[in-house]
Design a protein around this ligand. Structure first.
Ligand code: BDR
Ligand code: CA
Length: 320
């Protein structure tokens, strides 16, 4: 069983990734920390509780709220993609009697900060803990700044973020999670703990169409499948209007899949740098991914290829 801490800014695709992870028996999700990104951090924490309410849990992961602002830049959120509440506006849905359809799970948010929870978990599971980041890297960078010796004992950090050979999704050159806090990404990538990256180049290979999603949720009537349908409508409409297909990319599910089914993912070693200053290129991730040019001094493994159909089948097997 792998000991995991998820750091997240839920987020529709974060929600699917969290459910995927929680429903994967080979992973033990010890703790979940929230960070500002898709939504302000207080909303992200509420969203996390709502996501967990969909599951029938005897025991919840430890939850703590993380940072409310990136290290240097002002916060940029993504309400236009993920809805005003960050979860596809499901907080507005009501039952026939007028009561709310989705409510936050009735569990405690820890009184310690996200940073302190990360450090506590790193100390509890030295050389074992895997951190999966589904949002900007602010919490991780701040945990490193606060107690680098503890963070050196992470087993690895798996990051959804960056883009190398494709266009960005915020600017022409930058992916959202790195764009929001490029200074944090720079510090994490150069810290020295093994980093494995799932960039847009990989996540764009997995295309979840609206037709496939609806066919899958229609196969079963469960709280998870109803949540899948309800939370994804706004996001799929955004994709129809702005990306060119009805459906969406389940970016944040990929780093979870890299743990549950690593053989579906092919990666190369690379020396990854982050542009923190550029006026046109802030948040750009830069690396030479050509096999013949693989760095002799890599700081990351970058996923370049996904067995997309097999991965989608695996994802839906878990999300029952
Ligand atoms: C990333 O940005 C966010 O909007 C998604 O949740 C994902 O983590 C994709 O660029
Ligand atoms: Ca995310």
């Amino acid at each position: 069983m792998q000991q995991i801490l998820i750091d997240t800014d839920p987020g529709v695709d974060d929600a699917l990734a969290i459910l995927f992870a929680m429903l994967s028996p080979e992973l033990h999700i010890e703790a979940i920390t929230t960070v500002c990104g898709n939504a302000p951090v207080a909303q992200a924490t509420q969203n996390l509780l709502t996501i967990l309410s969909v599951l029938d849990l005897d025991q919840f992961p430890v939850i703590a709220q993380g940072e409310a602002a990136p290290l240097v830049k002002p916060l940029v959120t993504a309400a236009h993609v993920h809805g005003e509440d960050g979860l596809g506006n499901i907080s507005q849905l009501r039952n026939a009697d007028g009561s709310l359809l989705y409510r936050p799970a009735n569990t405690e948010v820890s009184s310690i900060t996200g940073i302190d929870l990360i450090l506590e978990m790193a100390a509890r599971y030295p050389d074992e803990l895997v951190i999966v980041t589904l949002g900007p890297l602010t919490n991780i960078a701040k945990a490193i700044r606060k107690d680098a010796p503890k963070m050196r004992h992470l087993r690895k950090i798996i990051v959804m973020g960056g883009v190398f050979e494709a266009y960005g999704n915020v600017t022409t050159t930058a992916e959202f999670n790195i764009f929001v806090d490029p200074h944090a990404a720079h510090e994490v990538f150069h810290f020295g703990v093994p980093v494995h990256i799932a960039p847009l180049d990989a996540t764009h290979q997995v295309v979840l169409t609206g037709e496939r999603l609806h066919a899958e949720v229609d196969k079963r009537d469960s709280p998870v499948s109803r949540f899948l349908k309800d939370s994804t409508q706004a996001c799929m409409e955004f994709y129809r209007q702005h990306v060119g297909f009805w459906g969406f990319h389940i970016h944040d599910a990929l780093p979870i899949g890299m743990l549950t089914h690593p053989d579906y993912f092919e990666s190369v070693n690379a020396y990854v740098q982050v542009e923190t200053e550029g006026t046109l290129t802030s948040g750009m991730t830069v690396a030479d991914l050509r096999r013949e040019r693989q760095s002799s001094n890599p700081n990351a493994q970058v996923c370049i290829k996904v067995a997309a159909e097999a991965f989608l089948d695996h994802f839906f097997e878990r999300l029952q």
